[in-house]
Design a binder for this molecule. Sequence first.
Ligand code: TEU
Ligand code: CA
Length: 558
Amino acid sequence: MEKTWWKESVVYQIYPRSFNDSNGDGIGDLNGITEKLDYLKELGIDVIWLSPVYQSPNDDNGYDISDYKAIMKDFGTMEDYERMLAAAHERGIRIVMDLVVNHTSDEHAWFVESRKSADNPYRDYYIWREGKDGQAPNNWGSCFGGPAWEYDSRTQMYYLHLFSKKQPDLNWDNEKVREDVFEMMDWWCQKGIDGFRMDVISMISKTPGLPDGKVGENGYGDFGPYVHNGPHVHEYLQEMNQKVLSKYDLLTVGECAGVTIEEAKKYANLDGRELNMVFQFEHMDLDGGESFKWNDRKIDLVELKKTLSKWQYELYGKAWNSLYWCNHDQPRMISRLGDTSTKELREASAKMLGTCLHMMQGTPYVYQGEELGMTNTTFESLEDFRDIESINAYHQYTQNGQIAPEDMMRYLCYKSRDNARTPMQWDDSGNAGFTDGVPWIKVNPNYKEINAKEQMGRADSVFHYYQKLIRLRKEHEIIVYGKYQLLMEEDKNLYVYTRTLGQERMLVICNFRKETQEFTMPEGFEPGKGEILIGNYEGQEIKKSMTLRPFEAMAMKF
Ligand code: TEU
Ligand code: CA
């Protein structure tokens, strides 16, 4: 397999609003990031993926962009951006920008023009339709509740928005839209950035005719089949690749809601015609259901193993995986699959989850605070939440009587995106050292126990464990390029797999339970010949049969 830097890298995702506030206004900013580059260097990551920092009215925290070539005032200036980029590059850290081009803000100049009149030159930059019998053009519901169409009285037509009504969808079938987007991407590449994470890029090509979808429990039609991996998506990405991506040395990752293995092989094919890799959602959605993600079901380990293994097997040698447990849209994985009830269990399970993910094949992503074992937060009322998805969902499901308010509040506390968006916990001073002012969202009250300063000063911390996981990838090619094989498929408690590269083999054992588990070494792995690369308990030894302690994990090389 061809060796490339983006296969060998570890990416760290920064959610700028919650990372570090340098000027006391309660909002993280670019200068705040620059101040913390040495921290990231110490952790050892290679690449930063920066959630959007462009000008935005913040209906969806920057995922609604009103000017792609300007920096959000809350975050600083273009000079601050350039200083951050240079400072990152000086440290050998690359910067990947979030590219949000399925939609813009309704305050973007293109949309301001577009809505003026039906014959405006920018009209076809967006998706406008006549109503049907005084109703929306079709039955689609938006991701953030309500219909996916907004009526505009000026021209008496509707525009499509798969997300909030302040996020109108661009019309990618218009080649002028594509040209303008590619020109803007090139402009950023010329500035020296190192790649793009492409927001819901699997949704840019809509099925002509925009057919009604199957009506779900929320009363709206599902747009999925007519929007995910649409008819021209690969053509448009190949065009983007030819016109922009192929001219630079970039890391590209497509966030691909609704992506299947077959589609991923096209998006992330090793032939390099489209993108380097995709974010798939299957392992994240295993605990979903009728009311979308709003429940408190647990992910089933056997299902999780099957799903992740399928992606490992099927993309091997054909396409490339991304590996993630956490991002700004997901509750903290330690609160879903780990145990946060005591410090010991919390740290053991954080390290186990890190081991399980980082030893697979693919490019690992670490979301800010994951390297400390940061947990879900404990909000008490709806007023504490800031996320448009959570707030709208609360109203929608409680108003139509589908979910009782106290249940919905419990589900929000478990699943809300805001769990990942509480401020980064730097130290045990006020507001976790994130800001001298009033933070835009409440700090998780557990910051006195969980913070970077304490962990950097302690050899057995989660931080140092992640540092080692990241370093091992640089020292052992097998971690990057070895072939994956799942063992003990049906075991309900252990996740065990091997990696193979030439004569070398690795064995990875992870106990996903707080109860101890008996384990016998598989055939062909001679205890005396193995070396422990990393493990989350003191004094581990490789033995023919072992009693694995709560959340015990080991990666061994033979
Ligand atoms: O997320 C796309 C996406 O699929 C989300 O709707 C996801 O399903 C949801 O957040 C899970 O609860 C991207 C961004 O990552 C997200 O932050 C944005 O809100 C969204 O696109 C719109 O830009
Ligand atoms: Ca600030």
